[in-house]
Write a protein that binds this ligand. Structure first.
Ligand code: GLY
Length: 265
C-alpha cells in the first residue's frame, strides 16, 4: 500500500465504526498555554476530556500533524540519529469521548493491524501498565495475540500524559518486532529500531493539575496515536521511515537538484 492508501484505510476503518473524520488541528495549539506545539492528536480534544467542552459526536478519527521538539514529548535528540523519530510527523488517531473504552480500542486496533492490513501476529507485542489487569485480560481474551507477547511496564512507558498537566491515563502500546529471527522480546521499549512502537492506546481517566495531583475525570475516554511514518515503513517492508514513499520522492528530488546520489549510511 502507498502511504496515501494507508492513511485512507485507517480513516475508513474508523469511519465505518461510527467515527467522525475531523481535520488535523493547527500545529500551534489554540488557546492552550501549556503546550508550545501540538504534540498529539488528542490536544484538540483536551476540553472534551476535561468535561469543559462538547462536540456533536462522541467518536472521532484523524491524521494529526505533530511537532515534538520541546516539553514532555521531545524527540529532538533522536532526529537524524535513528530511523524512526521525526520532529514533524503525522499521527493517526481514534477517540472515544465517554463512549467505548478498552475493549473496543484493543479489538479494533488488533483487527486493523492483523486482519485488514495483514501484519504478522508473531511480530506484534502489546504492553500494558503495570497494574492494568483489565487491559492484559482483554488482550488475551479478545485477540489471538501470543499470550507471552503481552508485557507489563511501569509509568515511564505505559502511563501517558500530554504535558506537565492535563488529561492522562494508563496506556497499552503495540510494538512490532522487525528482527530477522523473531527474537525481539527483550528489545521492547529498549530504544532499538528493530522493535518499534507503532500504536499507543491511551485510556484517559485522570487530569493532572499544576500541583501534580491526579483527579479522576467525569468520564473515561480513549485516545490513540499511531506513528504514520512508522506504520508506512512496516507495511512497505522498509527498515527506515526515510525509505518509504513519504520521504523518498522528496529525497530523490533533493538528490537531483544537488547532483549527488542519495546513499543510506
Ligand atoms: N496520545 C497518544 C500518544 O501520543 O501516544
Amino acid at each position: 500500500m502507498t502511504s496515501t492508501e494507508i492513511r485512507n484505510s485507517f480513516l475508513k476503518y474508523f469511519e465505518e465504526r461510527g467515527h467522525k473524520i475531523v481535520p488535523s488541528a493547527s500545529v500551534i495549539p489554540y488557546d492552550d498555554p501549556t503546550l508550545l506545539f501540538t504534540n498529539a492528536g488528542m490536544n484538540q480534544f483536551k476540553d472534551v476530556f476535561l468535561g469543559t467542552g462538547k462536540r456533536e459526536y462522541n467518536r472521532a478519527a484523524d491524521s494529526q500533524k505533530c511537532i515534538r521538539v520541546s516539553g514532555k514529548h521531545n524527540d529532538l535528540e533522536e532526529v537524524g540519529r535513528d530511523t524512526y523519530h521525526h520532529t514533524f510527523f503525522e499521527m493517526l488517531g481514534n477517540w472515544s469521548f465517554g463512549d467505548y473504552y478498552k475493549k473496543e480500542a484493543i479489538e479494533w486496533a488488533w483487527e486493523l493491524l492483523t486482519k485488514v492490513w495483514g501484519l504478522d501476529k508473531k511480530r506484534l507485542y502489546a504492553t500494558v501498565y503495570e497494574s492494568d489487569d483489565e487491559a492484559e485480560e482483554l488482550w488475551k481474551k479478545m485477540t489471538d495475540i501470543e499470550p507471552s507477547h503481552v508485557l507489563r511496564f511501569g509509568k515511564k512507558d505505559n502511563f501517558w500524559e500530554m504535558g506537565e498537566t492535563g488529561p492522562c491515563g494508563p496506556c497499552s502500546e503495540i510494538h512490532v518486532d522487525l528482527t530477522d529471527d523473531f527474537s525481539g522480546s527483550k528489545l521492547v521499549n529498549a530504544g532499538d529500531p528493530r522493535v518499534m512502537e507503532i500504536w499507543n492506546l491511551v485510556f484517559i481517566q485522570y487530569n493532572r493539575d499544576d500541583q501534580g495531583t491526579l483527579t479522576p475525570l467525569p468520564a473515561k475516554h480513549v485516545d490513540t496515536g499511531m506513528g504514520f511514518e512508522r506504520i508506512c515503513a512496516v507495511m512497505q517492508g522498509k527498515k527506515s521511515n526515510y525509505d518509504t514513499d513519504v520521504f523518498m520522492p522528496i529525497i530523490n528530488r533533493i538528490s537531483e537538484i544537488a547532483g549527488q546520489p542519495y546513499k543510506a549510511q
